[in-house]
Ligand binder design. Structure first.
Ligand code: ADP
Length: 585
């Protein structure tokens, strides 16, 4: 760096000197030369005029060659006198007899015409360059000749002086460049070393004060930036430590994965979960060998959306509920919560309900049977009324136990669905046929409003149960209306089935909770209609088990639309048709 700064400074100074030299040489020296010549000319003219005046006065009194010599001695230049014909009468440097006629010399041509004449050329007589100036006289003309070699020697001398001055300034310039480069590069080197220390994370490094010029200002700014960086880094480090402590104190296991599916970070809980001691940089597939986890991570990385899954093979015999979410840098973070105990409690609860329901079934059937027998035999009105109440309640309890059993079964998900490609239209048709008679007794008709040719991947009996619960509700709550509409439309790569009634509708505040077990809008009305409060919960779980979803839209006074979506069959239409036909046969 030092060399480069030095070279640059040197080049700069050389450039400045070159420009100065050219400027001095071209402009100053030339104009100085021109002024020297014009001054010489002026002096020569004045002298030649004096010479002419003197020649006119002293002609005939003083011999001309003496006059020429005197003038030459006084003016330090060569003096020549000619007559009108150009013949040389006297010359201070040569013998006039040996000199040729001068009438054709340019300066004499002008002088003989009565004006001042001048010319610069090499003398044929003496062989050196002269500046000639001639003036007219009464008998001819006089001339002074100044040898230019004198002027040129002077100019050359000045030129040499100039070159010496330039050489000196070059040496001084080089010295300045060297000192300047040394100082600048030393300060820059200190700054570079400081920046390297900071980049290496040594925030305690300091930069010595170095003047108030731009470099000093830069050093100050650099130091301030380093201070800012240090404080940001400390804050970041403390946030990181807080986060790390928090995550390590969590019971949930947390692991962060890079976009390349390598482990970036994990907490203590995750370390104790991983069979093959998890480490940073290890591929996640080696750290946690659960296929559902790997699939969820892949989905998060590809789609950039949060995913959840239940993991069964992270630790044998234990279940984990996992949520995986995308990270801003393109990776994913997975949080695993041990749900083994919750699931065990949940299963115990379900088993208990199922067992109780199952145990109640037989006594209830017997109770109903005896009540009905007694009803057939009793004629006493009061007794019949009581027996009727017993029968109604026994029927309600029986329905309740049946619904509880069904719900426990579908909730547990332990009874696998027999899914196959089923014709959408056949599902609608089955539902319509099954309920047409019951509907008729209530003065209602069931119509298929919209149908589809496609196939859904579903358990035919389970979906029939869904339709049964929805149509049963419509028959119960939409009394006094005329039609119940069934239909299927394609939506979001799924088939959406719906059951629409034109009954009283449901107030909007109840809609969100309608599918919860035992949730009823009007308890008395539900009980009176023979409801258990479990129908929609059963619907929800069956649909969820299919990987679909269920919902409702309703408008007070205008009726309700209960819908559920099922996945389209992955099998193509032809195979699907066969499968559908098999189910229906
Ligand atoms: P229930 O056995 O009481 O009918 P469900 O779970 O089937 O239980 O339904 C829950 C509640 O949703 C019902 O009690 C009723 O208030 C309301 N509901 C269900 N279907 C309809 C409908 N078609 N019209 C109006 N209300 C309905």
């Amino acid at each position: 760096m030092r060399q480069r700064v030095f070279l640059k400074l040197l080049l700069l100074i050389l450039g400045v000197i070159a420009v100065t030299t050219v400027t001095l040489d071209l402009l100053v020296r030339r104009s100085w030369e021109a002024s020297v010549f014009s001054q010489l000319d002026q002096e020569l003219k004045e002298k030649v005029e004096l010479f002419a005046t003197r020649a006119d006065h002293e002609q005939g009194q003083v011999p001309l060659d003496q006059l020429a010599r005197e003038v030459s001695a006084a003016t330090q230049v060569r003096a020549t006198i000619i007559d009108r014909s150009g013949r040389v009468l006297a010359d201070s440097e040569a013998q006039p007899a040996g000199m040729e006629n001068h009438s054709t010399r340019p300066e004499f041509v002008r002088a003989l015409e009565g004006q001042l004449g001048s010319d610069t050329r090499t003398s044929r007589t003496l062989g050196i360059q002269f500046r000639y100036v001639a003036a007219p006289t009464s008998f001819g003309a006089v001339r002074l000749a100044y040898p230019l070699s004198q002027v040129e020697a002077h100019i050359t001398h000045v030129h040499h002086q100039l070159l010496k001055a330039l050489a000196l300034s070059l040496v001084v310039g080089l010295a300045i460049a060297l000192i300047g480069a040394h100082s600048i590069s030393r300060r820059l080197r200190r700054m570079a070393a400081f920046a390297q220390e900071i980049a290496a994370g040594n925030f305690s490094a300091r930069l010595p004060r170095s003047g108030r010029d731009e470099i000093g200002l830069l050093a100050m700014t650099l130091e301030r930036t380093a201070g800012q960086l240090e404080s940001n880094f400390r804050n970041l480090e403390s946030s990181r430590q807080q986060l790390e402590t928090l995550l390590n104190s969590m019971e949930d296991a947390v692991v962060a994965v890079s976009a390349k599916r390598a482990v970036v970070w994990f907490n203590g809980a995750m370390k104790s979960l991983s069979a093959s001691s998890i480490a940073v940089g290890m591929p996640i597939i080696r750290a946690l060998r659960d296929p559902d986890l790997l699939r969820a991570v892949a989905d998060v990385l590809e789609q950039g959306k949060a995913q959840s899954a239940t993991l069964y093979s992270v630790v044998p015999g234990r279940t984990f509920a996992m949520t995986s979410a995308p990270l801003p840098d393109g990776g994913a973070v997975c949080v695993l919560r041990d749900s083994t105990e919750i699931q065990r409690v949940e299963r115990t609860r379900r088993d208990f309900i199922a067992n109780v329901s199952h145990e109640l079934r037989t006594p209830l059937t017997s109770l109903l049977g005896y009540t009905e027998t007694l009803l057939d035999e009793m004629a006493d009105a009061k007794t019949r009324e009581f027996l009727e109440i017993i029968r109604r309640n026994a029927q309600r309890m029986s329905r309740l136990t049946e619904d509880l059993l069904t719900l426990a079964r579908v909730e547990s998900g332990e009874y696998p669905l027999e899914q196959a490609a089923v014709s959408t239209h056949e599902l609608l048709k089955d539902a319509q046929i099954s309920f047409t008679e019951v509907a008729k007794t209530k003065g209602l008709s069931i119509a298929i409003e919209h149908t589809l040719d496609g196939y859904v991947f579903a358990d035919r009996d389970a979906i029939h149960q869904v339709f049964a619960n929805l149509i049963d509700n419509a028959l119960k709550y939409a009394t006094g209306t005329k039609t119940i509409q069934l239909g299927a439309i394609e939506r979001l790569q799924q088939v959406e089935f719906y059951v629409r009634d034109f009954g009283p509708g449901i107030p909007s505040e109840h809609l969100a909770r309608l599918f919860e077990r035992f949730y009823r809008v009007d308890k008395a009305r539900s009980r009176e209609a023979g409801g258990t409060g479990l129908g929609l919960a059963i619907v929800k779980h069956i649909v969820l088990n299919h990987g679909g979803e269920a919902g409702v839209t309703s408008e007070l006074g205008h009726g309700s639309v209960f819908w559920f979506r099922l996945p389209l069959s992955p099998i193509n239409a032809d195979i699907g048709h066969e499968a559908g036909a098999k189910v229906s046969s």
